[in-house]
Each structure stands twice: as structure tokens, then as C-alpha cells.
Design a protein around this ligand. Structure first.
Ligand code: SAM
Ligand code: SF4
Length: 335
């Protein structure tokens, strides 16, 4: 094995998140505008290029691969990519292959994903109310997603629900969503809404709801114990003693966990972002596409990029202005 990827702050890079498309069959109001211009297909890495890219990272010590988007399961033939990545699970070089999905295509693909070696998935779902679901996703339909979750559990996939915390939107659903997850034995993580991309003036559907307040809301109905667990990501966890449930909180805006950050992101065009909250990136497509017969230039470019991984990000809501606001969409870097 080649020397592992270590950044200038001595963090080992073992987790790669890859966006395989910028397209999506939903238009969540906090993520996209209704009329999105998507990239021309030739800009995207082909499935073969994605395979080479991910396999190169695995060769450099990446142990966990998360596939995201856009909606990863709307990319044509994406299952062949999952099957192909499964070979790294078989050799043990890769420990986990997973994805983040809106769930719309799970009814069709859950069993194939399980067969490819996927064991756990994250499904994004912000409300259990059919009308509110249609409002927040614009194009999504709740029953389809619920059928997808059923199919995933039936296929033996462990499902974690990710809900974006939106004041005045799903605030009132906190107990319902929590109980629903408990009944179905699914973990639940709340995500703080981030200032990403130009999404038009759609804030009326929900506003920043600080996870400190979400946690406080839990204490009204439950005994909440903070857990020490860390995953190298921006999540922290509590346990609800009454149900034994573990609830996660992802506060990307806090700097708390940058020091243990173990991840980088690749966009669907092959750009590597060393930090979700920084504009710094490097384009890995030229060394990949221009050298089809050797991965050496790609490896060199990856190492050069990792050497530039910043210490942390600059998001800051505390001054009431969105300092550090990002101009790119979440669907570009893949959340
Ligand atoms: N389409 C898939 C999905 O929705 O799960 C994967 C891509 S989506 C960009 C990944 C995650 O980013 C989702 O959980 C979504 O809720 C979250 N997300 C999108 N825009 C966000 C924002 N502005 N702030 C916080 N989370 C956001
Ligand atoms: Fe699509 Fe996911 Fe963005 Fe919603 S959050 S628009 S499902 S990419």
C-alpha cells in the first residue's frame, strides 16, 4: 500500500464523499432553486472515471466511501458502479460503502444495493406530513419515499434518517419523527441548515433552528444524556434514556470538530474540496482524464490537494450576517 494521506494538521484522510451527479428528482427549497441549470453530461466523470478515482483513493488508505449527489440513485447505471466498488469491500481494503439518498428510488434499488455490499444508508427526510413533504421538496412525494424505506429495511439495510431542522416547519414534528424512528429502529440525526448556493427567496418555509434549541426541546419530554462518541465528522450524539435512542446533531457551522476531520469531497466533475466550508479546491479531472493508462499523475494531484487541506471552515451565523457563506450548492459538493 502507498503511504497514507495525512494532511498538514496530522489528520489521516480515510473518508471520501463522492457526488456522482448534480441532478435530482427533488427540488428541496434549502438546497436548490426550482429552475436549476445542470452541468452538461460531458463535464461529469464517467462511471469508469469515478471507479478509477475512488479506487485510487482506496489505494491511498480511504476506508469509507459515501456516495451522494444530487440524488445518486438517479444517475444512469449507478448500480454498476456500486457493484464494482463492492470488490474493494471483498478485499477488505474498503471497510464501508454507503450512500446518502432522498429515498425516491430505493424501492427499485434497495436489494441491489444490499447485494453490492452496502450495509447502511442515510435517507434524508424532514417531515412525515404528506403536504409539507411536497412543499419542502417541491417535486417529492412522501409515500414513494416511505415505500423506499420499507424496501431498504426489508433488504436488511440499516437506515439512518437525516432531517434538516427548520424552525416553524418541522419543529412541531420533533416527537412524531423521533417516535417513528424508534418504532422502526432507525437512528435519527438533525442537521442545522447551512447557507449554501443561490436558492432564491424561499426562506419562508423554514428558518434556521439551532440544534442547541432542538436539544433543549428534547429535554422537555426526555432525559437526555450527552454521549462522548465521535465519528470524525461534525456530528455529536445524545441518548434518550426513555427509549434508548441515539440522536445525532450535525452542526456544520460550529468549529468543534474540524480538528478531527478525516474527510474530503469529490464533486461529480472531479474537483476535490478539502473542506465543505471553504472554496479551496483542486481539479482532479485533468490528471484522471488526460492519463488513462496511469494513475501516477492523479495520485500526485491528490497528495498535493491534501497538503492544502485547511485547518477549519469560516461559517459564522453568530454575527447575524452569513459570514463564510458559500456560493456553491450543496448538491454540487454533495452535502
Ligand atoms: N439527494 C440526497 C439527499 O437528499 O439525501 C443526497 C444529496 S443532499 C445535498 C445531502 C444532504 O444535504 C441532505 O440530507 C440534505 O438535507 C442536506 N442539505 C441540502 N442543503 C442543505 C442546506 N442548505 N443545509 C443543510 N443541509 C442541507
Ligand atoms: Fe435533491 Fe437531496 Fe438537494 Fe433535496 S437535498 S434537492 S433531495 S440533492
Amino acid at each position: 500500500m502507498n503511504a497514507p494521506l495525512i494532511d498538514p494538521f496530522q489528520r489521516a484522510i480515510t473518508y471520501l464523499r463522492v457526488s456522482v451527479t448534480d441532478r435530482c428528482d427533488f427540488r428541496c427549497v434549502y438546497c436548490m432553486s426550482e429552475n436549476m441549470t445542470f452541468l452538461p453530461k460531458k463535464e461529469l466523470l464517467t462511471l469508469e472515471e469515478l471507479d478509477r478515482m475512488c479506487s485510487t483513493f482506496v489505494g491511498l488508505g480511504v476506508k469509507k466511501l459515501r456516495i451522494t449527489g444530487g440524488e445518486p440513485l438517479v444517475r444512469r447505471e449507478i448500480l454498476s458502479f456500486f457493484r464494482s466498488m463492492g470488490r474493494h469491500l471483498e478485499t477488505g481494503d474498503l471497510e464501508e460503502l454507503t450512500l446518502t439518498t432522498n429515498g425516491s428510488q430505493l424501492e427499485k434499488y434497495a436489494q441491489d444495493l444490499a447485494d453490492a455490499g452496502v450495509r447502511r444508508i442515510n435517507v434524508s427526510l424532514d417531515t412525515l406530513d404528506e403536504q409539507k413533504f411536497a412543499d419542502i421538496t417541491r417535486w417529492g412525494r412522501l409515500p414513494q419515499v416511505l415505500r423506499g424505506i420499507d424496501a431498504a429495511q426489508k433488504a436488511g439495510l440499516r437506515v439512518k434518517i437525516n432531517a434538516v431542522a427548520l424552525k416553524g416547519f418541522n419543529e412541531v414534528e420533533l416527537p412524531t419523527i423521533t417516535q417513528w424512528c424508534a418504532q422502526r429502529d432507525m437512528d435519527l440525526t438533525w442537521i442545522e441548515v447551512m447557507p449554501m448556493g443561490d436558492i432564491g427567496n424561499e426562506n419562508r418555509l423554514g428558518q434556521y433552528w439551532s440544534l442547541k434549541d432542538v436539544r433543549a426541546a428534547y429535554t422537555q419530554s426526555y432525559t437526555v444524556t450527552d454521549l462522548d462518541e465521535r465519528t470524525g465528522g461534525p456530528a455529536r450524539y445524545v441518548r434518550l434514556e426513555e427509549t434508548g435512542q441515539k440522536i445525532g446533531f450535525i452542526t456544520p457551522l460550529s468549529h468543534n470538530f474540524c480538528e478531527s476531520c478525516n474527510r474530503v469531497r469529490i464533486t461529480c466533475t472531479g474537483e476535490i474540496y478539502m473542506c465543505l466550508g471553504q472554496e479551496d479546491m483542486a481539479d482532479l479531472r485533468p490528471p484522471l482524464r488526460n492519463f488513462p493508462d496511469t494513475n501516477a499523475p492523479l495520485e500526485e494531484a491528490i497528495r498535493a490537494a491534501i497538503a492544502l487541506k485547511p485547518k477549519g471552515h469560516d461559517f459564522d451565523y453568530s454575527r447575524q450576517s452569513l459570514d463564510g457563506q458559500m456560493s456553491r450548492h450543496m448538491s454540487h459538493t454533495g452535502g
